[in-house]
Design a binder for this molecule. Structure first.
Ligand code: 5GP
Length: 350
């Protein structure tokens, strides 16, 4: 047994210190970034914010709005092949550069991917998100290696992990982007059920350092609860930021509107919650407990309005620290610690 005494931080533990700035207005801030992916050498330009590959937020409807903003949706992996084929055939290569195709670590997902690719223009499916709850198993790195081998021209985002050495292992296995976050999700109960986790801001800082040293990128995934958290995540060094919570509850999210007490809500649940497992896997397998929960989030109307708020907030963060481009935000960021008790059950506070 060992104890690490270093301070580890979550979003709520810090604020960003304002700095003298030459920027006249937030409207001059450029939120687009251009990355050349390590393995594919493919260049991508856009606003690096991703709606999570959960069946509530990773929907076609969400993708159709996000692509107009040059923002990304990682489609959830439960769409049938036919629907995916229709979606990819309907949109242009340019539009689909803002779409990730998600798979888990199972052969059926790989087979479905091959079926879809056989029925669409190969160039349309550009990015693959390989998503598992625990990216630490050796079989996961092997799986990433096999996808890299079978699909050499596709950008691969793989995760989730929270420490530098595992970022390196996944990049060596063929990932271009490593997805970072274990435990901070709003509908995630991993910290509660297993005691495992890592404060998300520190995970981003440490993993970004490891990835950037290898010419790769990271995506900070989960734990954002307000527009300002995007500024903190990018300020910490995230190249991409993924959220479910911030995009749940909108018209474009899956689920019927629920009404009670004269208020409107929509369902939001973890992909390993009882709700998702009953829907897709015929119940929770005996050997595992569900590590996700089901909640109702306030109904928020069209996602366009929320996107405007997030992008407005992010532009303003950049203005406060003198970053003309999102690319410069991290080097312009100084965090101030504002909480004394750091390592709480942030994701499960409710
Ligand atoms: P949020 O934006 O709600 O804080 O986090 C969304 C993220 O939570 C997803 O991108 C994914 O990484 C994670 N997640 C989704 N479903 C589950 C689940 O059932 N259990 C756990 N532990 N994490 C989940």
């Amino acid at each position: 047994m060992r104890i690490e005494n270093d301070v580890k931080l979550d979003f709520k533990d810090v604020l960003i210190r304002p700095k003298r700035s030459k920027l006249a207005s937030r409207s001059v801030v450029d939120l687009q970034r251009t990355f050349t992916f390590k393995n594919t050498k493919r260049e991508w330009t856009g606003i690096p914010i991703i709606a999570a590959n959960m069946d509530t937020t990773g929907t076609f409807e969400m993708a159709e709005v996000f692509m107009k903003h040059k923002m990304i949706v990682a489609l959830h992996k439960h769409y049938p092949a036919e629907q995916l084929i229709n979606f990819f055939n309907k949109h242009t290569v340019e539009e689909l550069s803002y779409v990730f195709y998600s798979i888990g670590m199972i052969e059926q997902d790989k087979e479905k991917l091959k079926t879809v690719l056989a029925k669409i223009d190969h160039n349309k499916l550009q990015h693959i998100c390989i998503d598992v709850a625990n990216g630490y198993s050796e079989t996961f790195a092997d799986f990433v290696r096999s996808i890299r081998h079978d699909f050499p021209d596709k950008t691969i985002m793989a995760g989730n992990v929270v420490t530098g050495e595992m970022v390196e292992a996944l990049v060596l296995a063929g990932a271009d982007i490593v997805k970072v976050g274990i435990g901070p999700g709003s509908v995630c109960t991993t910290r509660k059920m297993t005691g495992v986790g890592y404060p998300q801001l520190s995970a981003i800082i440490e993993c970004a350092d490891a990835a950037h040293g290898m010419g790769a990128q990271i995506c900070g995934d989960s734990g954002l609860t307000m527009p300002g958290d995007f500024g903190k995540a990018f300020g910490a060094g995230a190249d991409f930021v993924m959220s479910g919570t911030m995009f749940a509850g909108h018209d474009e999210a899956f689920g019927e509107i629920i009404e009670h007490d004269n208020k409107k809500f929509k369902p939001y649940y973890g992909m390993s919650s009882d709700t998702a497992m009953n829907k897709y896997s015929g119940g929770v397998a005996e050997y595992r407990a569900s590590e996700g929960k089901t909640v109702e989030v306030p109904y928020k109307g069209a996602v366009d309005k929320t996107i405007q708020q997030i992008l407005g907030g992010l532009r303003s963060t950049c203005t406060y620290v003198g970053a003309e481009r999102l690319k410069d935000l991290s080097k312009c960021t100084t965090f101030i610690c504002v909480n004394n008790h750091h390592n709480t059950l942030h994701g499960d506070a409710s």
